[in-house]
Write a protein that binds this ligand. Structure first.
Ligand SMILES: [Zn+2]
Length: 133
C-alpha cells in the first residue's frame, strides 16, 4: 500500500510503498535516511489528531490504523529533558548558611556578628572581639 508523508522539517512530500505490518519506527527511520535528518532527534508521525511518537515505534501501521492512501505528517518530537538536580555546597556557601541559620549578636554591643570559618568563631567588627560558636 502507498502512504504519503509530508516531512514538515523540509516541507517535502514523500510517497512510500509500505506494508501494514511495518512499524511506525521503521517508517520514521526510512524517512530519516531519505531526508538525511538528524538521527539524534526524536520524530513523530501524525495522522489527523493522532500522534505516533517514540513510545509507539514498535506499533504496526495496521494497529495504528494507518491505511492505503493516508496522508501523514512527520514532525520533530519534543522530548522533555530530565535535568538532574545537583546540590552543590561550596566552601564559601557553608559559612553563609551557618550565619543565616544561627545569627549571633555581640553580647557587649549588640551588633550582628560575623562567622569566621577559619577560626570557627564569631567576630564582632565593632568590638574587635571573637566569641565562641
Ligand atoms: Zn561588639
Amino acid at each position: 500500500m502507498e502512504i504519503v508523508v509530508l516531512d514538515k522539517l523540509s516541507d517535502k512530500l514523500i510517497r512510500m510503498e509500505v506494508q501494514p505490518k511495518h512499524t511506525i519506527g521503521s517508517i520514521i527511520e526510512t524517512i530519516i535516511d531519505k531526508q538525511k535528518l538528524d538521527k539524534n532527534k526524536s520524530y513523530k508521525l501524525t495522522l489527523g489528531n493522532q500522534s505516533f511518537g517514540r513510545n509507539q515505534y514498535l506499533l504496526s501501521l495496521q494497529k495504528a490504523g494507518i491505511k492505503q492512501g493516508d496522508h501523514l505528517f512527520l514532525e520533530a518530537e519534543i522530548v522533555p529533558e530530565i535535568v538532574p538536580k545537583v546540590k552543590e555546597v561550596t566552601a564559601e556557601a557553608k559559612p553563609e548558611e551557618k550565619e543565616a541559620e544561627h545569627m549571633k549578636f555581640c553580647v557587649e554591643c549588640g551588633t550582628k556578628m560575623k562567622w569566621i570559618q577559619q577560626y570557627e568563631r564569631w567576630y564582632c567588627y565593632k568590638c574587635h572581639k571573637y566569641q565562641a560558636a
